[in-house]
Design a protein around this ligand. Structure first.
Ligand code: GLN
Length: 483
């Protein structure tokens, strides 16, 4: 049963081939058996899951239907879950049980999804390798000596290892798309404001966005349908109708204009990845797409701008973790200053402390204009580049990452080397655009992803193109050995 996609599970539950309770029991057993190899879960919520499964079966028994009713899910451990530890991958929140459900969690539970647990992640979603978690690194099922990508590495590894068909993740600078690419999954970062951030522990509020990770575009469509929508509790949520994403999956690609930014194919890109990206373009051309070269001239400034803006927002958001109101508190503080200092010094890991220091510096009175304001100006230029490009093309295509998954530990002592891995993904966050990564081949046995970017609220177009591509390729169907 663990090989079924979300769409197949929906059919199996509808035609009563199995019950949600049977499915849930089988998957929980598999999580227990397999997860110690990859460390993708922080918490397994067995009782909650079995209760939700029985409730879903009861709803079906009285005639209720719905693609997600009784289907399994696991949430990145930064989505607040009522009464369940929500750690954000940090010692700081190791003892934190959320007093409410995040909107995404509540919506999916209402649709009848069964929560198997909470997935491992980089501490406070900072990272591209999932090595900074307080709960230990996550391993890539495609090669256990390699990283799965981050920060939603647990969400990605769990799906790649066939522990469950789909998970939630969040993407501040690539954390859905990058781990999806490195583990052979389809991952979608929606338009900023499409999915409510309420109850998502904030990293960089103007960039954070929740979205689905699954094996297929078809499954991402089902999950996004359950996640998306206006939420009065999130002031940046946007009141736009949610289209039927599954209904447009099969749309024709005839005449679709795809832009290849020349800046995406320059130095730094593994030439074997460049070849696979070009091969994916050929497939899309066969389906009717027309391709042209475009330019995103300010892309070279994206990493420096992002690594000022994201830490600046993080330094502000993480000030709430002070040893008083949430989570970890040091032993026997001498006075209030000692309490703050030691609670934060002991509760936060090295990468989080580094970001807080960089961000605090960038926001300080003497440097605010030189760093933060400058970075925001660059952000506008990057957005303008995309607006100009989308006057000429319907979709932008390129690699998701410059390299395949690297070895555990290979970049952990060099933060800048890890930051450079985000070069293709962070621009979508700076501009607020939707982006999707889809499987497109292998290099040395490790998966490679192709990234598609679309105009605001065109998630349906991304899913349509990825779905059509997945009907003529089989990369997304390949499973790692031993899983
Ligand atoms: N790697 C990027 C960072 O560390 C993006 C992380 C994310 O998207 N959450 O900030």
């Amino acid at each position: 049963m663990h090989e079924l996609t979300l769409a197949e599970i929906a059919r199996g539950l509808a035609d009563k081939s199995f019950s949600s309770e049977e499915l849930t029991g089988a998957l929980l057993a598999r999580v227990k058996q397999i997860d110690p190899q990859i460390n993708s879960f922080i918490s397994v919520t067995e009782e909650l899951a079995l209760g939700q499964a029985r409730a879903a079966d009861a709803r079906r028994a009285v005639g209720e239907t719905g693609a997600l009713l009784g289907a399994p899910i696991a949430h990145k451990d930064l989505f607040c879950t009522l009464g369940v530890r929500t750690s954000c991958g940090s010692k700081m929140l190791d003892n934190f049980k959320a007093p409410y459900d995040a909107t995404v969690v509540a919506k999916l539970a209402e649709a009848g999804m069964v929560t198997l647990g909470k997935t491992n992640m980089d501490e406070f979603a900072m990272g591209s390798a999932n090595e900074s978690s307080h709960y230990g690194a996550v391993k890539n099922p495609w090669n256990l000596e390699h990283v799965p990508g981050g920060s939603s590495g647990g969400s990605a590894a769990a799906v790649a290892a066939r522990l469950l068909p789909a998970t939630t993740g969040t993407d501040t600078g690539g954390s859905i798309r990058q781990p999806a690419a490195l583990t052979n999954l389809t991952g979608l970062k929606p338009t900023y404001g499409r999915v409510s951030r309420w109850g998502m522990i904030a990293y960089a509020s103007s960039l954070d966005q929740g979205g689905p990770l699954a094996r297929t575009a078809e499954d991402c469509a089902l999950l996004l349908q359950g996640m998306a929508g206006f939420d009065t509790k999130d002031s940046t949520s946007i009141d736009e109708p949610v289209p039927d994403y599954s209904a447009t999956l099969n749309g024709s690609l005839q005449g679709l204009r795809i832009g290849l930014p020349k800046e995406y194919f320059g130095a730094g890109l593994d030439p074997r990845i460049a070849e696979l990206v070009q091969a994916s373009v050929k497939e899309l051309e066969k389906l009717g797409a027309v391709v042209k070269e475009i330019s995103l001239p300010n892309m070279q400034h994206a990493i420096p701008a992002y690594y000022v803006i994201a830490p600046a927002e993080a330094s502000s958001n993480l000030s709430r973790f002070d040893g008083v109101r949430f989570g970890y508190r040091c032993e026997e503080p001498k006075d209030l200053t000692d309490l703050y200092k030691r609670s934060r010094g002991e509760g936060f890991g090295a990468e989080v402390q580094r970001r807080i220091m960089v961000g605090t510096y960038a926001l300080s009175a003497g440097y605010y204009d030189a760093y933060y304001v400058k970075a925001q100006q660059i952000r506008r230029l990057i957005k303008n580049d995309f607006m100009a490009a989308f006057n000429e093309v319907d979709l932008i295509l390129g690699p998701t990452t410059p390299n395949p998954a690297w070895k555990l530990g290979a970049k952990s002592s060099d933060p800048v080397a890890a930051y450079l891995e985000d070069v293709y993904t962070i621009t979508a966050n700076l501009a607020g655009l939707p982006g999707l990564s889809m499987p497109a081949g292998f290099v040395d046995g490790l998966p490679v992803g192709v990234q598609l970017l679309a105009p605001y609220f065109q998630e349906g177009r991304l899913l349509n193109v990825a779905h059509r591509y997945q009907q003529v390729t089989d990369w997304h169907t390949r499973a790692p050995n031993g899983f």
